[in-house]
Every structure is written in structure tokens, then in C-alpha cells.
Design a protein around this ligand. Structure first.
Ligand code: MG
Length: 390
């Protein structure tokens, strides 16, 4: 029975993973659960799954959970808690659903131990893809993507030669503003941007689906995972989110991976890889999926997309800086401090001013900090949305 360390247990990916484990009825044991600060939910999860190790990065949350857990359960607490639980406990697979740059160090810790990393934290690859792939190689570790599009490509490439790939067609739903006008997007509120048509995801990815920044980050993720150049990656809008991505080979043959838009699909695949295990997930339903459509993205309304390709071309800390600017911009948008289209200006402005060094993970994390400070300064100079009603 493989044992699972779940990083980001209380978030969208984490809770869906635990739902899946309940449905699977004991096919995996849970070796550890880690989160940032939601200690009450983590406590419930730890008691239900009888977990020997938990971790919380927030020290107060760690102190609170300690008071409620049985004495045999060890609690890692503080800023390095996720790295410590990944380094010091025994598990077969780490499923990593932490959101944001905070996920990078735990990814490194898992890979340095030569473990299997089921990776939903795309930021790890966006920030430090070259380093991460090298660390995985050097330690005999394996990265199995949980991001649905990358899981699709990973599945399409099984038994294939990556050198025979002409291009990858990375699908995107287009988000809530796929058919909106520019002026509707100027007036978008957090509530309207959070209404994703197909997927059930956390707030950061949902806003990233509205700006297409999520897709831009996925372009960078795809580049690192499979070693593909910009001319081998194309983004296609596919509003039904049934084709999770496609691989086109040099002979013109195209293999697509399909399924309902449900993150349990890629999570289930990653948990059982390299075998396939039965699941309760619905497969292909031609009554529901009667019409599958595809269209080109509108680069003018979604300027974020081009930035993903730009980051691959520029390399260095570009992906790291773009991600940091976006994390801060999304927070500010959700807090009502900036308008929807201001996020694009912040992305570009911070990326234009980056320093460029990326020789180590530490250097990248410093770039991340600097980019966050630049984004915050930019936000302070932006007029607040209420002051510009029209
Ligand atoms: Mg995705």
C-alpha cells in the first residue's frame, strides 16, 4: 500500500485528493498532512486519516493544532515546516497542491530524496524549472504532473519519443471572460472573475483563468517538464474543457487526452502511475460532450498569454518574476485595490525591470522577493477602482 504525503492538504487540490482517498477506500495510507494555516480543517483530516505527522507553516496554527492532537502525532511548525515534513518523514509519493511560490522549497526537498512528486504546484516549475528537472535527474526522482493539461500531455507521451513531437496543443477554457468585450473586462469585479464556467479550483488559479495568466504559467511549466521550445507550444481555447491537451507528432498524427473537467482525474492518475486503477469518474459521454469547439485566443484582451512565451525565450528569472508579480496583483485585485486590467500592466512592468540572475534556488527566491516589492509599489501608485467609476 503506497503511502502519501499531502502538501497543501486543506486547499482545493488537497481536499479533492482526500475525497478521492475516501472513495478509493484504503488503497493508500496517509503518511503526513501539511498546510499553511488552516489548522482546524487539518486537525479533522489528521484524526480521520490517523496521520502520524502534520505540518503548519503558521506558528500560531501549529501551536493550536498541537493542543488538540493525540500525543503520538508529531507537529512540524514554522516557516520551514513543509520542507521538514518532506525531508524527515517516510512516504512513497508526495502530492503537492500548495499554491504559489511557497511550494518551491518543499518540491526541492521531495526530489532531493529521490521520491515521486505528484506536482500540482506549477509555480515550482515556473520559478525554477531548470533546477528542479536537474535535481530530479540527479536523485532518480520522478515528477508526475497533476496540472490537468500537463497530465494529459504526460499520458499522450507514454511510450512515445519526445523527439518525434511536432507541437503540443495546450487547451484553455478561456475562463469567464472568453466572450466578454474589453469594456466589460475593464469593469470586471472579483465576484465576476471568480465565476469559472467549468473547473472547481482555488481563487488564484480561477483569477488566472480569467486573465489567462494561468495558461501563461502552464506554457512555462510545459517547456520545463518536456523540454519543448516556444515554437512547439500552441495555446488553443476549448470552452468545454473536455480535451485536456493534445500532442501532434511529426507524422501529423494527433493524440488527445479527454475526460470530464474534474481534477480528481489527474490526481487519480498521478496517485496510481505507472499503472491505471479503476475509478468512479465518468469517462466520455457523447450526450454531454455533443459539441467540442476550438478557437484561437484573443491576444489583445489576454496580454498575459504572450508573457508566458516571452519568459521561455528570456529564461533566467523571468518565470519567477512573472509569477511573483501575478501573485501580488491577484491579491490586490481580490482585495478591491486595483482593476481587472491593471493586473496586465503590473505583470509587464515588473517583468521589464527584472535583474535576471538565476544561478541557484536562493537567487531565484531573492528575485521573487524583489519582484513582489516592485509589484506592491506599482499597486500603491494605481488609482483605486472606486475612484475611477465611469
Ligand atoms: Mg491546468
Amino acid at each position: 500500500m503506497p503511502s502519501l504525503l499531502l502538501l497543501g492538504a486543506t486547499g482545493s487540490i488537497g481536499t479533492q485528493t482526500l475525497d478521492l482517498l475516501r472513495e478509493l477506500g484504503g488503497a493508500h495510507t496517509v503518511a503526513g498532512l501539511a498546510a499553511q494555516r488552516s489548522w482546524e480543517l487539518l486537525l479533522e483530516q489528521a484524526l480521520e486519516f490517523e496521520v502520524p505527522f502534520v505540518a503548519l507553516t503558521d506558528p500560531e496554527a501549529a501551536a493550536a493544532i498541537r493542543e488538540h492532537l493525540p500525543p503520538g502525532v508529531h507537529v512540524f511548525g514554522g516557516a520551514d515546516a513543509l520542507v521538514e515534513i518532506a525531508r524527515e518523514t517516510e512516504y512513497d509519493i508526495a502530492l503537492h497542491g500548495v499554491v504559489g511560490a511557497a511550494g518551491l522549497r518543499p518540491s526541492v526537498a521531495v526530489l532531493e530524496r529521490g521520491k515521486k512528486l505528484a506536482l500540482a504546484n506549477k509555480e515550482s516549475l515556473v520559478l525554477a524549472g531548470a533546477h528542479l528537472m536537474r535535481i530530479a535527474r540527479e536523485n532518480g526522482a520522478e515528477i508526475v504532473p497533476v496540472d490537468s493539461e500537463h497530465s494529459a500531455v504526460f499520458q499522450c507521451l507514454r511510450g512515445e519519443d519526445i523527439g518525434r513531437v511536432r507541437r503540443i496543443l495546450l487547451t484553455a477554457s478561456g475562463g469567464p471572460f472568453r466572450a466578454a468585450t474589453r469594456s466589460e473586462m475593464d469593469d470586471a469585479t472579483p465576484a465576476s472573475a471568480l465565476k469559472h464556467p467549468n473547473w472547481n479550483m482555488g481563487p488564484r488559479i480561477t483569477i488566472g483563468s480569467a486573465t489567462l495568466m494561468n495558461k501563461a504559467l502552464e506554457v512555462i511549466e510545459l517547456h520545463h517538464l518536456f523540454g519543448l521550445g516556444v515554437d512547439q507550444i500552441e495555446v488553443v481555447i476549448h470552452p468545454q474543457s473536455v480535451v485536456h491537451s493534445m500532442v501532434e507528432f511529426v507524422d501529423g498524427s494527433v493524440i488527445a487526452q479527454m475526460g470530464p473537467p474534474d481534477m480528481k482525474g489527474p490526481i487519480h492518475y498521478a496517485l496510481h502511475h505507472p499503472t491505471r486503477a479503476p475509478s468512479a469518474l465518468r469517462g466520455f459521454d457523447f450526450e454531454t460532450f455533443r459539441s467540442l469547439t476550438f478557437e484561437a485566443p484573443d491576444q489583445a484582451r489576454f496580454p498575459a498569454l504572450a508573457l508566458g512565451f516571452r519568459c521561455i525565450e528570456e529564461g533566467g528569472d523571468a518565470g519567477c518574476v512573472l509569477n511573483a508579480a501575478d501573485e501580488i496583483a491577484v491579491e490586490a485585485f481580490l482585495a478591491g485595490e486595483i482593476r481587472f486590467m491593471d493586473m496586465a500592466r503590473i505583470h509587464r512592468s515588473v517583468l521589464d525591470r527584472r535583474s535576471g540572475r538565476a544561478d541557484s534556488i536562493d537567487e531565484l527566491l531573492r528575485s521573487d522577493e524583489t519582484a513582489r516589492a516592485m509589484a506592491r509599489a506599482e499597486i500603491l501608485q494605481s488609482p483605486r477602482p472606486t475612484a475611477r467609476k465611469h
